[in-house]
Write a protein that binds this ligand. Structure first.
Ligand code: NAD
Length: 423
């Protein structure tokens, strides 16, 4: 069993003890309902045929249809998909959504495929999962390595199979193909809402929050990392470090995130040779490694790339006061305990990044009801849902004297377990 899957199971075990759940319920909630495994053949541009391994794991649907993204990544594997599917069950429960949890994956580097090969793979994935999904059964969405264009191909392929369009069977569609305004920024925006509520709760100020003293380091500059970095920058936080898979950038006076984004939009790159400083410096930001970014003394550390970034090896070197987990599973379980002992607060993934699935839920509602809301309306609905979720977790935390992570798991687990027992 992978460390990530083991960590996920240990968390459920611990939450079950705190919530005093019967062993039978616990055993049922650790096991996925269904595991679908398949090979997807793709005719490569050089004329050869290549087969890619793919999975869809449906973890639990006690509260509603399975819900979760599809990851295209060279390291994707069944254990990872199982762990991520389980996380989705707890995440949707915690957010108070009428959903269960699922996840998909394909072991592939999408950047190594041509657009035609990528389309064939995406359509092949849709054909493989078509018998098991649907707007009231299982609703996939994008995750790492997938995007709206890939989901649009899947929606199109699924429509061909079932004989009519069914946009509510997927979320994360492009706006042109019945997607929702605000879906793309939803995860990053949700992270900001949770951080705002956390800071309000921890350090009450007249305006609700004093942002000026907070410095932030963001690992990962994809959909999630770039949006939260931009939103925090716009809200007045000092984003001192950002990174992608090629390395990190640091400036003690803060980085002009809008400038980074403008250049990235034009060139497709975070240009390392340009000055992005918010201070008087005319020099390019200091280039350093992701390891250095994680160990930086910023007030708030935001891992927004991949899992297992903070482990027993580097947990003792983390200097941030608060970690907002925007990636799924960025902190290994053993490292989590070390951080807790050192008094570093961790706002866990199932709360911090749940804006994505809440945004997906509102896209699903619009697709089912053929409604179209403005970005402002969608973000206001996400804000209200997450503010409510944070308050509920805070109550749980006070009741059990638990960490944020344990309070989240106890609440999420109890909701699913009670519904299961009632059934
Ligand atoms: P993405 O593919 O858009 O971006 C990933 C980013 O991480 C890229 O900038 C990449 O260069 C960077 N990266 C990869 N390896 C890295 C490394 N070792 N060090 C530093 N940076 C690295 O993916 P995303 O959609 O932004 O997802 C990021 C995380 O957030 C994942 O854990 C995903 O499961 C989680 N998540 C995503 C959503 C969503 O709506 N997209 C919702 C909830 C959770």
């Amino acid at each position: 069993m992978s460390a990530f899957l083991q960590s996920t199971e240990e968390l459920i075990d611990a939450a079950a003890v705190v919530a005093r759940m019967p062993q039978g319920v616990l055993a049922r909630l650790k096991r996925p309902d269904h595991v679908w495994e398949f090979e997807i053949p793709v005719r490569m541009d050089d004329g050869t045929e290549k087969k890619f391994f793919g999975w869809r794991v449906q973890h639990n649907n006690t509260l509603g249809p399975y819900k979760g993204g599809i990851r295209f990544h060279p390291d994707a594997n069944l254990d990872e998909v199982k762990a991520l599917a389980s996380l989705m069950t707890w995440k949707t429960s915690l957010a108070g959504l009428p959903y269960g949890g699922g996840k998909g994956g394909v072991a592939v580097d999408p950047r190594a495929l041509s657009p035609r090969e990528l389309e064939e793979l995406s359509r092949g994935y849709a054909r493989a999962v078509a018998p098991h999904i649907g707007p009231h059964i299982d609703i996939p969405a994008p995750d790492v390595g997938t995007n709206a264009a890939i989901i649009d191909w899947m929606v199109d392929e699924y429509a061909k199979i079932i004989g009519h369009p069914e946009p509510a069977a997927f979320t994360g569609k492009s706006i042109e193909k019945s997607g929702s305004q605000g879906r793309e920024v939803a995860t990053g925006f949700g992270g900001y809402v949770i951080l705002r509520e956390y800071l309000k709760n921890e350090f009450q100020t007249k305006s609700g929050m004093d942002t000026t003293p907070y410095s932030v380091a963001v690992q990962g500059f994809g959909n999630v990392g770039a949006h939260i970095a931009r939103i925090l920058f716009e809200k007045g936080f000092k984003v001192v470090a950002i990174s992608d898979s090629k390395g990190a950038l640091y400036d003690k006076d803060g980085i002009d995130i809008q400038k980074v984004l403008d250049i990235k939009e034009r060139t497709g790159l975070i240009d390392r040779g340009i000055c992005y400083s918010m201070g008087p410096s005319q020099e390019p930001c200091k280039v350093f490694t992701n390891k250095e970014l994680l160990e930086l003394g910023a007030d708030i550390l935001i891992p927004a790339a991949l899992e297992d970034q903070i482990t027993e090896e580097n947990a003792a070197n983390i200097q941030a006061k608060v970690i907002l987990e925007m990636a799924n599973g960025p902190i290994a379980r053993s490292a989590d305990d070390m951080l807790e002992r050192r008094g570093i607060e961790v706002i866990p993934d199932i709360l911090a990044n749940s804006g994505g699935v809440v945004g997906s839920y509102f896209e699903w509602v619009q697709s089912l009801e053929q409604k179209y809301w403005s970005e402002e309306e969608v973000l206001a609905k996400i804000d209200a849902k997450l503010t409510e979720a944070f308050a509920a977790v805070n109550e749980e935390k006070k009741k059990y004297g638990a960490s944020w992570r344990m309070a989240c798991y106890v609440r999420a687990f109890t909701r699913v377990a009670n519904a299961l027992q009632a059934k």
